[in-house]
Design a protein. Structure first.
Length: 241
């Protein structure tokens, strides 16, 4: 919200990338006061890969000359209304193409309906934050693990980023996969400014917590990390790209 106020006061357009937020917490564009907001379907919404959506404020599309035309247009984004005239869509549809993955979009709509109407976004947000806090406590209790999350102490998201001393993240991921423990690895190229500003390791582990996870799974993760760290289990051999 604070950024939205600053952007409005300075006449700046405000585009927010909410790919990691939509599906795990309540997102209200009116409160945020953004002009555009993008999201992906494959993350916390649990929709198909290759789907997503864009919110665009109607008043900005209609009145701000800086918005202009997208780099590519077809007769869906800009219907041909006369022999010498086309008309831009007055909604975010001007950024769409006629050819699209309709089956994927139907599935995305189902995922959105499930999150909002079956589970409820308020409940999802509370559950994710509570579970993520539990995982962080377990990780922080291990002297060889460092948790690198920022954010407000009383409100952090479900993405838990950490490193394990003397162990390579890609090797950890491969070894955990054999135990059906699913984590990912994030590297400098994903968030270079933050990595460099805080002198973070070049790659780190990421555990993305959702409402269907349990504390038993977190305990299994920490135990497996401890076994790898103490050398009771040799990390899986992998080939680096």
């Amino acid at each position: 919200m604070e950024i939205g106020v600053i952007a409005q006061n300075h006449g700046a357009l405000y585009l927010l990338d909410s790919c990691q937020a939509v599906g795990q917490m309540v997102v209200d564009v009116q409160t945020i006061q953004c002009d555009f907001l993008s999201a992906t379907g494959r993350k916390y919404l649990r929709g198909p890969r290759g789907t997503g959506f864009l919110y665009a404020k109607g008043s900005v599309l209609a009145e701000d000359p800086r918005v202009g035309e997208p780099a590519t247009l077809d007769h869906h984004a800009a219907p041909w209304v006369a022999t010498d005239k086309y008309q831009l869509q007055q909604s975010a549809a001007r950024y769409e193409q006629w050819e699209s993955n309709f089956a994927g979009l139907v599935a995305l709509g189902t995922a959105i309906d499930y999150a909002m109407n079956v589970m409820g976004m308020e409940w999802i947000e509370r559950s994710v934050q509570k579970l993520a806090a539990t995982l962080r406590r377990l990780l922080e209790d291990c002297p060889f693990i460092e948790v690198h999350d920022l954010g407000r102490p009383n409100k952090r998201c479900g993405i838990v980023t950490f490193s394990v001393a003397e162990l390579d993240p890609l090797q950890i991921k491969a070894s955990l996969l054999e135990k059906q423990i699913f984590v990912s690895v994030t590297s400098t190229s994903s968030t270079r400014l933050d990595f460099q500003r805080r002198s973070l390791p070049p790659s780190m582990m990421r555990a993305s917590v959702h409402y269907f996870n349990s504390s038993h799974e977190f305990e299994a993760l920490v135990e497996a990390l401890g076994q790898l760290r103490e050398g009771r289990e040799k990390p899986s051999a992998i080939q680096h790209p």
